[in-house]
Design a protein around this ligand. Sequence first.
Ligand SMILES: [Zn+2]
Length: 155
Amino acid sequence: MSDDSHQLRVSKIKNGTVIDHVRGGQALNVLAILGIDGSGDEAVSVGMNVPSDRMGRKDIVKVEGRELSQDEVDVLSLIAPDATINIVRAYDVIGKHRVERPTEVVGVLSCPNANCITTGDEPVASRFAVLGDGVRCAYCETLIREGFADHIDVE
Ligand SMILES: [Zn+2]
């Protein structure tokens, strides 16, 4: 019952993706990772600090008319490891996926080290190992511990 009342806080969508169980305070970073800044024509609803039995408080992001790519899910896992991805078609949830933390993310983050081989003119895809407390560049070992959204290199 409490779950129903939580659902009412964010309107239902017809087709698209609902990213649920995002850690409280991370919704805006989720939007940044998805490249959503309000300039596109997607309808987006965001619930912040919604009470959650499982997490205390959580954020929810609903994006109309868009299903997430695996690259996007991989990066989301860095800031929202507990998230549930719900694919919605015609108001029904047709698929539910738990985010799985990958062991590495390739071609998604850009290395903050200007001298790294992946940031030069060479066509070398970035490659980061996912650690418990951040990610590490496989080429120059630069660590990123926070602000992942600032390093996203996704189209
Ligand atoms: Zn690097």
